[in-house]
Structure formats: C-alpha cells, structure tokens
Design a protein around this ligand. Structure first.
Ligand SMILES: Nc1nc2c(ncn2[C@@H]2O[C@H](COP(=O)(O)OP(=O)(O)OP(=O)(O)O)[C@@H](O)[C@H]2O)c(=O)[nH]1
Ligand SMILES: [Mg+2]
Length: 357
C-alpha cells in the first residue's frame, strides 16, 4: 500500500527593512500573511530601520552577522526580504548567508503562480516571472542557481522549470506579450459589445482577502474559490447579476490588491486590470473587521487611482458580523456580511441606484 507523504512546508526567516516605525506592526502582519499564503512557515522575523540601509546587502553588517548566527543554530530553507531587491543584492545576501533569498516581488509572484488557474492568469504570471528573471539574470545565475532550483520562488504555472537563458527568456516574453495583446483585444471587443447593448459593468475590487469572491458567490449563486489566504483569486470571472425591475449588470470578480504592488505585476496583469479600469462601477470591498482596515482602504484607493479607474465607487464594509462595536457609515458606504442573505437586496438596490445616478 502506498502512503501519501505530505511535503513539509519550507521554513523561512523574514527580514523587514522598516521605513516607518508606526507601520512596523502592519508590515509584520502583512508579510507573515504573504508567507502563509505561499505555504511557507515563518520561523522568525528580523527587522531594522531603513536608516541602516546598506547598498550591498540592504541590511547592515551587524544584522547580517546576527542572521548568520541564527542560521547556524536553526534549520531554515530560505530568507524572505520584505523589499524589492536588485539582482546583486539578491546575490550578495545569498552568498553571505549561504541560503536561498526571496524578495517581496518574487514572493508575491510565487503566490500568484500557485493560484493561477485560467490560461489568462497563467500567461500573466509567466510574463511576470520572466520579466523578473530577465532583469536579475546574471546575479541569479551565479547564486540562486545553487539554492533556488526548486520550491518557493521557483514555482511556475504547470511547474515548468524556470528558464535562466536570456535569449529564451526574451523570446518567451515576446510571445507572452503577444498573447496578452490578444486577450486585451478580445476584452475591448466585449466592452464595445456590452456598451452597444447598454449593459453596465460592475467590478469587485479591494484589498486581498476582503471577501470579494464570497460576495460574488452570494450575489450570483456561484461557487468560485474563496479562501482565507491572500490572492486566492487571480482569474476574472463575470456573471450576469439581476438587480430587480428587469434590469441587470455584468458583475466581475478579480484579483485583490496589496501594498507596494510590484510594477512587474501591474504591467503583466494589465489585461486583468483593464477590467477594473473600464468598469462603470467599482464595488470597493473592505474587511471592516481587519484592524488595519483604514490602511487597506487607502492602499486600494491609491492603486485604483494609479491604474486610472476614475468611474463610480461604492465602499462595501464587509464582514460586519465580526464587528464588536458599532461604526459610523458615510455616504456611498454600506455594511455587509456574506454570512447571511439579509443584505443582498439592499446591495442590489444600491448598485442600481448608483448606476442610474
Ligand atoms: N466572518 C466573515 N468572513 C467572511 C465574510 N466574507 C468573506 N469571509 C471570509 O474571508 C476569507 C476571504 O474571502 P474571499 O472571498 O476569498 O476574499 P477575496 O477578497 O476574494 O480574496 P482574494 O481573492 O484572495 O483577494 C474567506 O475565508 C471567507 O470565508 C464575512 O462577511 N464574514
Ligand atoms: Mg477572491
């Protein structure tokens, strides 16, 4: 009889350069959730003020020594740095500490790689991976090659081996970019058709894990994947949503946002983000029970402004079932929970009302 052996999680230590002492706690919580979503077990978090920044290794030499000592006494597979590293910083850290190093971007791309299901999502992830690798190629060939042959940071759609050959990477990037253009063109045609038929598009946007897919499922009676992990959704799904009075809109669930969204990802996910940009109405979903709720609202607003999503927005304060104290609601905001259907009709009415304003 065969026994299925569950693969042990990779153990990681994390290093956070702290830009703002007041946001340290937020940064720790966010990077821990990212690691959890990448199936990594955080053994310890190290941090240091950005004032001690060192161009070679990001962290100062004392911190390098502290981590080296820790690694002598504790078994770890990888160091995660909550910062966007250059190729040489990746190599220097990896060589000095003799460990695989992942930066914030590669960690996020890796979670995306784990979650990409549709061919569009896979193309976008592959493009992001290839662009990342291309810009850091010479450094990665030297160091990470030794430590990073498999596991976190190297997971890809279809688990194809990541290519470390410049010409192959460039060729593949061109091919993937062409695919993205095709997807964008098809999206544009759909948009024209939709507008011709007077169908309004409503998109669920917001910080990852706020409950977008759960709301989508509740409203459309679908059963797309929702999970208590960051970036559970990478693929866009659209369904017709009847709003009453014989009227309907097209409701779309899409990828969640996060602070410091790497530009590699924004560019690679331009086809998906077009859907958000072009929407007639954005339902900005917020986890109102998250202690960093205000910060998450700010992050989402900045990203929406950054991608040029200028149309109407309603803020849905989701997970209100978890609230222990009453909160003040402003105009174009609504308390919501997916734990029952009590508020579904009120939400549909609000959508209809705002669309017709
Ligand atoms: N208590 C409570 N939990 C909720 C509610 N809505 C969603 N959740 C939970 O929150 C977690 C995240 O929900 P998702 O719907 O996957 O969130 P999302 O915004 O689609 O997340 P990403 O796709 O990862 O960006 C899941 O564990 C849900 O069960 C709610 O109203 N109340
Ligand atoms: Mg989702």
């Amino acid at each position: 009889m065969h026994q299925i052996k569950e693969e042990a999680k990779e153990k990681v230590i994390v290093f956070c350069p702290i830009e703002n002492e007041k946001e340290k706690e937020y940064q720790f919580a966010e990077i821990s959730r990212l690691c959890f979503s990448a199936d990594l077990e955080v053994v310890k978090i190290f941090s240091q003020s950005i004032d001690s920044f060192n161009r070679r290794t990001v962290m100062g030499s004392g911190k390098v020594e502290e981590i080296r000592q820790f690694l002598k006494e504790n078994e770890c597979d990888c160091l995660v740095v909550d910062y966007q590293l250059t190729g040489s910083q990746l190599r220097n850290l990896s060589e000095e500490l003799q460990i695989k190093v992942l930066d914030r971007i590669l960690l996020i791309i890796d979670i995306f790689a784990l979650n990409a299901k549709s061919s569009e999502g896979k193309i976008e992830v592959k493009l992001a991976q290839n662009r990342y690798l291309l810009t850091r190629l010479s450094s990665l060939q030297g160091s990470q090659g030794r430590f990073g042959g498999k596991g976190a940071g190297m997971r890809g759609p279809g688990e194809t081996k990541l290519e470390l050959d410049r010409r192959k990477l460039e060729r593949e990037i061109l091919m993937l970019e062409k695919e993205i253009v095709k997807i964008k063109n098809a999206r544009q045609q759909n948009k024209v058709l939709r507008e011709k038929n007077g169908i309004k598009s409503v998109v669920l946007g917001g910080y990852t894990n706020a409950g977008k897919s759960s709301i989508f499922n509740l409203l459309t009676k679908e059963s797309i994947y929702a999970d208590d992990k960051l970036f559970a959704t990478l693929d866009t799904t659209s369904r017709r949503l009847f709003l009453g009075d014989g009227k309907f809109c097209l409701l779309t669930d899409t990828v969640g946002f996060i602070s410091k969204l790497p530009h590699e990802l924004v560019e690679s996910f331009s086809a998906t983000l077009d859907e958000v940009r072009n929407a007639d109405l954005i339902l900005h979903i917020v986890d109102v029970a998250d202690r960093f709720c205000q910060k998450n609202i700010e992050i989402t607003n900045n990203i929406l402004d950054g991608i040029g999503a200028t149309k109407k927005r309603i803020v849905i304060l989701n997970k209100c079932d978890l609230l222990t104290i009453p909160i003040e609601i402003q105009k174009n905001q609504m308390l919501f929970t997916t734990k029952n259907k009590n508020k579904v009709d009120a939400l549909k009415s609000l959508i209809l009302q705002v669309l017709e304003e």
